[in-house]
Design a protein around this ligand. Structure first.
Ligand code: ADP
Ligand code: MG
Length: 267
C-alpha cells in the first residue's frame, strides 16, 4: 500500500501522464491519495478580502495562521473545490476515486492547538492564540480499508475533526504521514514541484530519519515540513518515505522506482 500526497502545484499543473500513470499503478497496488492546495486557498481568501498570514514556529515550521474566518475559507476550498477537481480527473481516467476529508467518517481526528509559539524574522518569540490548526491524534483506518477493499481510491483533503467537532487545518504532508502510519503502508510518496531535497545545489538521494531531522534546519520553507512528515512516517513504522517530482513524465512510476528523488529510510 502506498500513500501518495499530491502538492498544490502538482495538481494545478499536472501533466496528463500523472493521472494515467496513477491509473495503471493502481491496478496492482492499493493507493490512498492526500492532496494539498494551500496556494489556491490563499488566492481565494484574498479575492474574498481576507488576507492570509503565515507564522513560523520555534521549530522552524511555517504554517498558515488559521483564524475562524480562514478555517471556513480553507475548508470550502480544500473540500469543496480542490478535492472534487482531483476526484473528477481520476474519475475521468476510469479510477473509482472517492473524495473525502479528515472530517468525513472522522478519518482524521486532531486536537486544536491552544497556543502557538511563533518566531518573527528577528528571532523574537511570542505566544499567539492557536486558531484552528490541529495536532493529529488518530486516523479511522477501518473506513479507508473498507473503501479500498471495494476498489475505491480514497482522495483526502487535509481538514481534520477537532475535539469539539470543529474543522481544523492540518498540514497535508503530515496528514499523509499519519495515514500511512495508521494503515501500516510500506511507502509514503510526497509528489511536489522539485525532484527532492537539495543541499548545496545537489539532490540528496538517500538519508536516514536521523539525518532528515538534522536536515530540517538546513532547508527552506516547504521542504522542512516534508522532512518532518517523512520522519513521522518512519517513526510510525512506514519503511520508505519518498520526496519526488510530480512535474515529470510518469511521476508515480518514477517515484516507486526511486529515480532521481530523495528517499528517507532506516535501511
Ligand atoms: P507542495 O505544494 O508540493 O507541498 P511546497 O512548496 O510546500 O510544495 O514545498 C516544496 C518547495 O520547497 C520547493 O518548491 C522549494 O521551493 C522549497 N525548498 C526549500 N528548501 C528546499 C531544499 N533544500 N530542497 C528542495 N526544495 C526546497
Ligand atoms: Mg507544502
Amino acid at each position: 500500500m502506498i500513500i501518495l500526497k499530491l502538492g498544490g502545484d502538482v495538481i494545478e499543473r499536472a501533466r496528463p501522464s500523472l493521472i494515467s500513470d496513477l491509473k495503471s499503478a493502481a491496478s496492482n497496488e492499493r493507493f490512498v491519495i492526500v492532496h494539498g492546495g494551500g496556494d489556491e486557498v490563499t488566492r481565494i481568501a484574498e479575492k474574498l478580502g481576507k488576507s492570509q498570514t503565515f507564522v513560523v514556529s520555534s521549530e522552524g515550521i511555517r504554517s498558515r495562521y488559521t483564524d475562524e474566518e480562514t478555517i471556513g475559507i480553507y475548508t470550502m476550498v480544500m473540500c469543496g473545490k480542490t478535492n472534487k477537481e482531483v476526484v473528477s480527473s481520476l474519475q475521468k481516467s476510469g479510477l473509482s476515486a472517492i473524495g473525502l476529508s479528515g472530517v468525513d467518517g472522522a478519518i482524521i481526528r486532531a486536537a486544536r492547538k491552544k497556543k502557538l509559539i511563533v518566531v518573527d524574522d528577528k528571532g523574537r518569540k511570542r505566544i499567539v492564540e492557536g486558531g484552528y490548526t490541529g495536532q493529529i491524534k488518530s486516523v479511522n483506518k477501518d473506513l479507508l480499508l473498507t473503501l479500498m477493499q471495494k476498489g475505491y481510491v480514497p482522495v483526502i483533503a487535509p481538514v481534520a475533526l477537532g475535539d469539539e467537532f470543529e474543522f481544523l487545518n492540518v498540514d497535508a504532508d503530515r496528514a499523509a504521514a499519519h495515514i500511512a502510519g495508521a494503515l501500516g503502508a510500506e511507502k509514503l510518496i510526497l509528489l511536489t514541484d522539485v525532484a527532492g531535497v537539495y543541499l548545496d545545489g545537489k539532490l540528496v538521494s538517500e538519508m536516514t530519519a536521523q539525518e532528515a531531522k538534522s536536515m530540517m534546519k538546513k532547508v527552506g520553507f516547504g521542504m522542512e515540513k516534508k522532512l518532518l512528515a517523512c520522519v513521522e512516517a518512519l517513526t510510525m513504522g512506514v519503511n520508505r518515505a519518498i520526496i519526488s517530482s510530480g512535474m515529470v513524465q510518469n511521476p508515480v512510476t518514477r517515484a516507486t522506482k526511486e529515480e532521481s528523488c530523495t528517499v528517507v529510510s532506516n535501511e
